[in-house]
Design a protein around this ligand. Structure first.
Ligand SMILES: *[C@@H]1O[C@H](CO)[C@@H](O)[C@H](O)[C@H]1NC(C)=O
Ligand SMILES: *[C@@H]1O[C@H](CO)[C@@H](O)[C@H](O)[C@H]1NC(C)=O
Ligand SMILES: *[C@@H]1O[C@H](CO)[C@@H](O)[C@H](O)[C@H]1NC(C)=O
Ligand SMILES: *[C@@H]1O[C@H](CO)[C@@H](O)[C@H](O)[C@H]1NC(C)=O
Ligand SMILES: *[C@@H]1O[C@H](CO)[C@@H](O)[C@H](O)[C@H]1NC(C)=O
Ligand SMILES: *[C@@H]1O[C@H](CO)[C@@H](O)[C@H](O)[C@H]1NC(C)=O
Length: 590
């Protein structure tokens, strides 16, 4: 029933020499009839198997079973020479598997380098499950249902460097759980239910350089535990319910290059918080509750390149907050409560900073302009969510290297053509979620030269004036995909319609220039009439009200309550009527 497919070096041959398909199929035919020892690969029906050539590894046999709904690993039909086994399942069709020592008995998969069993509801790893898989370097058991793991699960894995156990339900881990994994370099335990780290948990993991504990309800980190992993380079504990960190931990891991403590509950950091982390290159503190970054906070982190402080409660960056950050490349201070800057704050980073995100603060544009003026090297600027109605044409006059600009979620009503005609190197523009109604030919020509453009969620007005040029550019230029997905905002009749579904004859005609002029004049005249009428009515009403006041005040109150607009009713009705009548005459007349 099972296929014995010949997919050894023929696949490789095919990839290297696509024109030689005839030769390949001849070889394939020969191989099917005449089995050549050592070169055939057995492959289960529900899997795909191929042999690829890797310059570093030589020939690699890779088995992938990813259809889902699997209840047993078809291990008897997987070729014993496999180097990589991937068992996964699409969302909605998970597997339900158990794994005992299936990969080691009766004979082990001696070549196995990587084993992935993912989204398969695996409830536990049996003892000695991987015994004898001496060459195994990577185990990937993410998205399963493991609730506990123990040292015996990992016996014999002398050469394992990568262990991924994230997205399980692990609660318990005893001391020395990983003691057999002396070569381990990366350990991912994110998205589990670990609430405490017992002492000596990481014993024997002297080579560990990557540790991810994110999304576990830890609330506190025991410094003791970090004594065993002093060579950590990357440590992540996002959403760990942390309020503070015992800085003793940082003394124990002085080689740390990346620290992610995002989305915790830090309220305050002392100025010597990160003093031990002299090698730190990337620090993420977004989504905490910090209200200030104090002076000299990063004075000893001179190699820091990326600093994320977004979504805190910062009202202030102290004047010396960025002292010594002369290598800083990316700074994100978006979504705080910052309303002004000290210019000297940015002095240390003027030569290095390439991107800065100001979005979602209470910053007026002139505060931002003053900072941008001293950042000539800047490549990317984030200005989203700043209630911007208009950007002055010279806003980026000192930032001639600007490559990426995010001005989404603002209140722009017209495309900032003059501004963007001066940013010659712009390659990414996000102007989505604004109030643009239309783009003219000039705007579209400018946009054509920008590689990535987002125009989504604006107030696109789909009549023959507003949309025709855009439709033309959609049909003939690289903006095709960008414009096609936009939706009309007005008129009501076309609200929500995709530009891709529009055609010229579905659009309302627009007033000609003459009509437009006429309606402006008519509008002005009507305004005068309306004002006069309002004044007259107001006078009239005041008199009437005064009369009522002295005669029957109670009655008046009742009436006013029922029809609060009544007093002005005459005026409004009158003006509405007069506005509409001549306008229609003008349109009909042409
Ligand atoms: C684990 O396997 C899944 C499914 O094949 C894959 O998407 C994921 O990238 C793997 N993780 C690692 C670290 O290799
Ligand atoms: C996952 O494990 C828990 C605890 O053992 C169990 O209650 C639950 O039914 C398991 N879920 C699946 C999908 O097997
Ligand atoms: C695996 O570990 C053994 C024992 O430490 C060693 O002799 C062998 O060379 C290692 N294999 C690989 C592929 O690193
Ligand atoms: C900044 O760096 C210099 C030179 O390494 C060092 O002497 C100084 O103490 C640092 N400043 C702070 C505030 O840590
Ligand atoms: C802008 O703010 C809205 C609403 O708070 C939010 O959904 C959106 O993600 C923000 N956009 C950016 C780019 O910050
Ligand atoms: C625009 O995109 C649509 C759908 O992706 C495609 O059918 C059409 O041929 C494209 N037109 C041009 C001019 O590229």
């Amino acid at each position: 029933m099972r296929n014995k497919s010949w997919c050894g070096w023929t696949v490789w041959h095919w990839r290297r020499n696509p024109t030689g398909w005839i030769l390949t199929s001849v070889l394939l035919a020969i191989s099917l009839s005449e089995s050549v020892r050592g070169a055939e690969i057995t492959c289960p029906d529900e899997c795909s198997c191929k042999s690829t050539f890797d310059p570093a590894e030589g020939s690699m046999v890779r088995v992938t079973c990813s259809r889902g709904d699997m209840h047993i690993v078809p291990v008897d039909y997987i070729d014993r020479s496999a180097h990589v086994i991937i068992i996964s399942a699409p969302p909605g069709h998970p597997n339900f598997l158990t794994i005992g020592p299936i990969f080691t008995q009766p004979t082990p998969f001696a070549n196995l380098l990587e084993l992935h069993i993912v989204n398969s509801n695996v409830p536990s790893i049996g003892q000695y499950s991987f015994w004898g898989l001496q060459n195994l370097r990577l185990i990937n058991l993410t998205h399963n249902n493991l609730t506990s793991i123990g040292a015996d699960n990992f016996r014999g894995l002398l050469n394992l460097t990568d262990l991924y156990l994230d997205h399980n339900n692990i609660e318990q881990m005893a001391s020395e759980t990983f003691r057999h994994l002396t070569s381990l370099k990366a350990l991912n335990l994110a998205n589990n239910r670990i609430s405490t780290l017992v002492p000596r948990l990481f014993r024997m993991l002297a080579k560990l350089s990557f540790l991810d504990l994110s999304e576990n309800p830890l609330a506190d980190l025991n410094p003791e535990v970090f004594k065993d992993v002093q060579h950590l380079r990357v440590f992540k504990c996002r959403r760990c319910l942390l309020r503070r960190i015992n800085t003793q931990i940082y003394h124990l891991v002085p080689h740390l290059e990346e620290l992610d403590l995002g989305e915790n509950q830090f309220k305050y950091l002392t100025s010597d918080e990160f003093i031990s982390l002299k090698k730190l290159k990337k620090l993420k503190l977004d989504g905490n509750q910090l209200s200030v970054v104090v002076d000299n906070m990063f004075g000893r982190n001179q190699e820091l390149r990326v600093l994320t402080l977004a979504r805190n409660r910062l009202a202030l960056l102290a004047p010396a907050a960025l002292t010594n950050l002369t290598a800083l490349v990316h700074l994100d201070i978006s979504h705080n409560k910052i309303d002004r800057f000290h210019l000297q704050t940015f002095a240390p980073v003027v030569d290095s900073l390439k991107t800065i995100n100001f979005g979602g603060n209470n910053l007026p544009l002139n505060e931002i302009a003053i900072v941008l003026q001293i950042l000539p090297e800047i490549h990317g600027v984030g200005l989203a969510n700043l209630s911007i109605q208009e950007l002055p044409p010279n806003f980026f006059i000192y930032n001639e290297h600007l490559v990426a600009l995010d001005i989404s979620w603002n209140k722009l009503t017209t495309f900032p053509y003059k501004l963007l005609s001066k940013t010659k190197f712009l390659q990414r523009l996000d102007i989505s979620h604004n109030k643009l109604q239309t783009l003219n030919e000039q705007d579209l020509q400018r946009l054509e030269a920008i590689a990535e453009v987002n125009l989504y969620k604006n107030h696109w007005h789909c009549d023959q004036c507003g949309a025709v040029t855009m439709l033309l550019y959609m049909a003939t230029t690289v903006l095709n995909g960008t414009i096609r997905q936009l939706k009309c905002y007005s008129p009501m009749r076309l609200h929500g319609t995709n530009f891709g579904e529009l055609s010229f004859d579905r659009l309302d005609p627009c007033p000609t220039t003459h009509e437009a002029q006429m309606s402006v004049i008519a509008g002005l005249m009507l305004l005068c009439v309306a004002v006069l009428a309002a004044v007259a009515a107001a006078l009239f009403c005041t008199r009437r009200r005064a009369a009522h006041y002295y005669t029957n005040e109670e009655k008046r109150r009742e009436r006013e309550h029922e029809h609060p607009d009544e007093l002005l009713g005459h005026t409004e009705l009158g003006s509405v009527a007069t506005i509409h009548a001549p306008y229609q005459l003008v349109s009909k007349g042409s």
